[in-house]
Design a binder for this molecule. Structure first.
Ligand code: ADE
Length: 226
């Protein structure tokens, strides 16, 4: 998989890919991340990427030309499955979207800033708009990092068996059950006996039940009960 990220602050997006699981996924050749600094696509000397809104109003708007140059240049080299604009007024991101994006070959993530991008970018280049939640970030970069992390860990071979994504919360619309490790007793607080019983069918049904109870308590909306 190849992910091209278009941004005005590429520095925000370096460290997430330089450590841990994402770093290893890149080293194994399972994903390529390409950062594009929008200022490199500006022709004027001031490297201007934003301008005042037509009609007046507070806040600058990202101009269409540098974004067009960047996206058109990328599209001339390969086909893209999705060109995604990260914006708080996009479709709310969830595990189902992460699953489906993890199957794509090439995607572009465009990070918004200021008041956002000129609407013509959205109308003519963008195939999908994603929000990571109902709050406003200073820019789309952190949202893009969240989306990248959640999809890269789903690419086969990125996680080992011991951390399989199949048992994550949300994979079957349920939260994950509680987990414990050694010691079996700490400060008098005991691990549920079933987990140390060695009875694996029983452990499995205990986990399923805990998943259900946890979801019912914390996220009844996932069970259609809100
Ligand atoms: N840009 C600013 N806020 C955002 C959000 N909540 N999701 C995606 N992109 C954003």
């Amino acid at each position: 998989m190849r992910i091209d990220i278009i941004t005005v602050v590429p520095d925000i997006l370096t460290s997430p890919f330089e450590v841990s699981i994402l770093k290893r996924a890149i080293e194994k050749g399972l994903v390529e991340i390409h950062l594009h600094n929008l200022r490199d696509y500006v022709t004027d000397n001031y490297k201007q990427i934003d301008d005042y809104q037509f009609g007046g109003g507070a806040g600058m708007v990202m101009m269409i030309e540098p974004i067009d140059k960047c996206i058109s240049g990328l599209k001339a080299e390969r086909d893209y499955d999705e060109i995604i604009y990260m914006t708080p007024d996009g479709e709310r991101f969830n595990q189902r979207m992460a699953n489906s994006l993890s199957l794509k070959e090439n995607i572009i993530l465009l990070c918004g800033h200021y008041k956002g991008v000129d609407q013509r970018v959205r109308d003519h280049f963008i195939t999908r708009e994603i929000s990571i939640g109902d709050y406003v970030l200073s820019g789309g970069e952190l949202a893009a990092a969240v989306v990248c992390d959640s999809i890269i860990r789903l690419i086969p071979g990125v996680l080992g068996n011991e951390t399989s994504a199949l048992t994550d919360s949300f994979q079957d619309d349920l939260l994950a059950p509680p987990v414990y490790t050694r010691p079996a007793e700490y400060n008098g607080w005991k691990v549920p006996g079933i987990l140390t019983s060695g009875n694996f069918p029983k452990i499995e049904s205990w986990r399923e039940e805990q998943s259900y109870l946890r979801t019912k308590k914390l996220r009844p909306d996932l069970l259609g009960e809100d």
